[in-house]
Design a protein around this ligand. Structure first.
Ligand code: DAK
Length: 291
């Protein structure tokens, strides 16, 4: 019987979520050499990355993205990190891709160098990522927030996909993720007019999970609390939960429900499922092994 089953010995995960092949653009980098981001771990199990290019309102330059990906990779591989928070400042989460860097780009350069492709590394992570947004989240900044698993913002945050005003369109998933989050008609209106919308509206439309009063401190505290809570659970169950929710975006309901059931069945093979249910029956706090 499940509750009486012996707990299997913990297998050291070493690298937490090992062996997916990492893209070439995601290289390890010493944290001390970061110039555009700050990294810290303010709560147990939580990695915090703060975009820190204040003079350009955290515009997402290639060098910023290189550092962001390196930091994400470090947290992804750190077995002590169970959730990541990505934030900016009171003034800007990120005001978009770096327009000055992009301005003179030719098609051949963009195509040959796969410009912006490194942005999607975040979406391959198995560790949950929470965006804590205040100030501007425009263009690529809005797209970056939408790549995260949960978006929190201030009520006054300024979201938008203003690319149409620059003679272009969203290029990092904005048209797809915004439409999936808020529906076609509203997304079409926002993308075709380039109109901005507040965090309060974003919460109403379902793009933002929670909109906070106050500034970056308040939304960041909220995000860190949630991240710490997620990090306190079994990593195996958290990875599985993230995986099945994400699958709902790609599969129809019937296939999605079947997929979920298979993963649910698979978790009976984990130590933490045994530990969690046994602890419940014995009215104890579970001591997760992340195995
Ligand atoms: N890029 C570069 N610099 C930026 C910037 C940006 N996106 N946003 C702001 N800055 C810089 C300003 O130039 C200014 O620099 P200095 O002039 O002081 O040197 C400094 O930040 C402060 O900005 P402002 O003086 O403009 O500050 P304000 O408070 O007056 O205005 C603002 C804030 C956010 C309303 C304004 O800065 C603004 O409109 N920024 C641009 C917002 C925007 O249009 N964002 C979308 C960018 S397009 C792709 C994938 C993705 C993308 C493209 C391709 N592919 C796959 C190919 C993404 C595209 C985008 O994100």
């Amino acid at each position: 019987m499940v509750l009486q089953r012996l707990v299997r010995p913990t297998v050291s995960l070493g690298q937490k979520f090992a062996p997916t092949t990492l893209p070439r653009f995601v290289r390890a980098q010493s944290t001390s050499s970061y110039e555009n981001i700050l990294v810290s771990s303010p709560r147990p199990g939580v990695g915090l990355i703060t975009l820190n290019r204040p003079k350009a309102l955290n515009a997402l330059s290639s060098s910023l993205f290189k550092e962001l990906n390196a930091a994400l990779r470090e947290y992804e591989e750190d077995k002590d990190i169970g959730a990541i928070v990505l934030t900016g400042s009171d003034k800007a989460f990120a005001a978009g891709a770096d327009i000055k860097e992009m301005a003179s780009l030719t098609f051949a350069e963009a195509y040959a160098n796969n410009f912006i492709a490194p942005w999607s590394y975040l979406t391959t992570l198995r560790t949950p990522v929470i965006a804590a947004v205040s100030g501007h989240a425009l263009g690529g900044g809005c797209e970056l927030a939408m790549m995260c698993d949960i978006v929190y913002s201030t009520k006054t945050a300024n979201f938008g996909q203003p690319e149409i005003k620059l003679g272009t369109i969203p290029g990092a998933g904005g048209s797809q993720r915004l439409t999936a989050a808020i529906g076609k008609s509203k997304a079409m209106e926002l993308i075709l007019t380039g109109s901005n919308f507040s965090g309060e509206e974003a919460e109403k439309h379902g793009l933002v999970a929670r909109a906070f009063e106050g500034g970056n401190k308040e939304v960041l505290d909220g995000a860190l609390d949630t991240a710490a809570k997620i990090a306190s659970y079994s990593r195996v169950a958290v990875i599985a939960a993230k995986e099945v929710v994400n699958k709902s975006q790609d599969l129809g309901v019937r296939e999605g429900v079947e997929y979920e059931r298979r993963i649910f069945h698979a978790l009976f093979g984990s130590n933490d499922q045994t530990i969690g249910m046994k602890a419940f029956a014995e009215k104890k706090k579970p001591e997760w092994t992340h195995s």
